[in-house]
Design a protein around this ligand. Structure first.
Ligand SMILES: NC(=O)C1=CN([C@@H]2O[C@H](COP(=O)(O)OP(=O)(O)OC[C@H]3O[C@@H](n4cnc5c(N)ncnc54)[C@H](OP(=O)(O)O)[C@@H]3O)[C@@H](O)[C@H]2O)C=CC1
Ligand SMILES: O=C(CO)COP(=O)(O)O
Length: 320
């Protein structure tokens, strides 16, 4: 079984390291200088410093070479996925394509699996998502993720192919639920970061996590996804990790916003664009998404932290 990972960011590199422990893996980076640097140093200094790349991991800038694989992992940021597929994956492709990104596209409201299906309708489209920091996977720490694929047979094959000694995959056919969990938890993590950054305390964070989970489940059910998927690794599991750790870039963006500090906007923070995408998606449907709307307003600069918190606290009282 030959596996290729397209995108040598932190997550793609970590997955490639883990998978190289059990077979032939190719890691593709778009920048030839980046490939040369990784080959020379045996590390991905820019994206995953301090981690040695296995000697059997093949590094390439040649996408045609990388596409000769049984399974292709797509590890580019969400807002670039559609353009990346249009540039590199033939429309008639029958490959096994696994999205390794989290979010919704601002311009169309599509999630990663839908984007893959639209770009290559004959391909097998799947998503790998759940609670995991790239640095943990790369260091071989135990991690459990969700592999979602509409075809259970293909999902079983991918589950076997992508499970490693320390990376344990659970399987579902609910791709929509898996997409939504991974996308929405990032938005709630920004909100939690804001609360902690603004000094509102751990109780406020617990409230945001719980009501955020309720919001995630509400939207998922409205769209026809399975609430059980949201309660699993790709939803609840990733929410817990991302809302409680400063390793998370989404949470750190929230911390900066809450504390009034600057933030490096070249950092990959999927929840920012996703908050905007979800607000657009839900505008007509009437699904109540107060935390997502608050995060979108904070990011757009149309509300400040005290006003936003006051607005959340003054919502009409209701049953839990
Ligand atoms: N980091 C983590 O712990 C985890 C990340 N994820 C998800 O993985 C996805 C990727 O994140 P992550 O790896 O952390 O991001 P990084 O910021 O570490 O890296 C992004 C990578 O994408 C590449 N890239 C950016 N734009 C394009 C493009 N248009 N075409 C091709 N390649 C492109 C970058 O290339 P270049 O270096 O040349 O700029 C870089 O290699 C995100 O959706 C994230 O939510 C999921 C779980 C854990
Ligand atoms: O998705 C992640 C953990 O599962 C990584 O979180 P960040 O993108 O916020 O760093």
């Amino acid at each position: 079984m030959k596996i290729s990972v397209l995108g040598a960011g932190a997550f793609g590199t970590a997955l490639a390291i883990s998978l190289a422990g059990k077979g032939a893996v190719t890691l593709w980076a778009r920048n030839p200088d980046h490939v040369a640097e990784m080959q020379a140093t045996g590390m991905n200094m820019t994206r995953l410093p301090d981690v040695q790349l296995p000697v059997n991991l093949s590094l390439t800038g040649d996408i045609a070479h990388a596409l000769v694989a049984d399974v292709v992992l797509l590890s580019v940021p969400m807002q670039h996925l559609a353009g990346f597929l249009a540039d590199h994956i033939p429309q008639g492709s029958t490959a096994n394509l696994v999205a390794c990104c989290k979010g919704f596209e601002v311009s169309t409201g599509r999630g990663p699996v839908t984007i893959i299906r639209d770009a290559a309708p004959r391909a097998t489209a799947a998503i790998l998502t759940g609670p995991s920091f790239a640095a943990d996977i790369a260091r071989g720490l135990p991690t459990a993720l969700t592999l979602a694929c509409a075809s259970d047979a293909a999902g079983q094959m991918l589950q076997q192919a992508l499970t490693t000694q320390n990376l344990r995959l659970y399987r579902t056919t609910d791709t929509q639920g898996a997409e939504l969990g991974g996308a929405l938890k990032n938005v709630v993590a920004i909100a939690c970061g804001v609360a902690i950054g603004a000094g509102l305390g751990q109780s406020a964070r617990a409230a945001l996590m719980t009501r955020g989970f309720s919001e995630m489940t509400r939207l998922a059910q409205h769209l026809g996804a399975d609430a059980n998927t949201l309660a699993g690794l790709s939803g609840f599991g990733d929410l817990v990790l991302t809302c409680t750790s400063e390793q998370s870039r989404n949470y750190r963006l929230g911390l900066s916003l809450g504390a009034g500090n600057s933030f490096d906007h070249s950092t990959t923070v999927e929840g920012a664009a996703t908050a905007r995408a979800i607000v657009q998606m839900t505008r007509a449907s009437g699904v109540d998404m107060p935390i997502t709307q608050t995060v979108a307003r904070l990011l757009d600069g149309t509300a400040d932290v005290p006003t936003s918190m006051a607005a959340l606290l003054s919502r009409p009282l209701k049953e839990e």
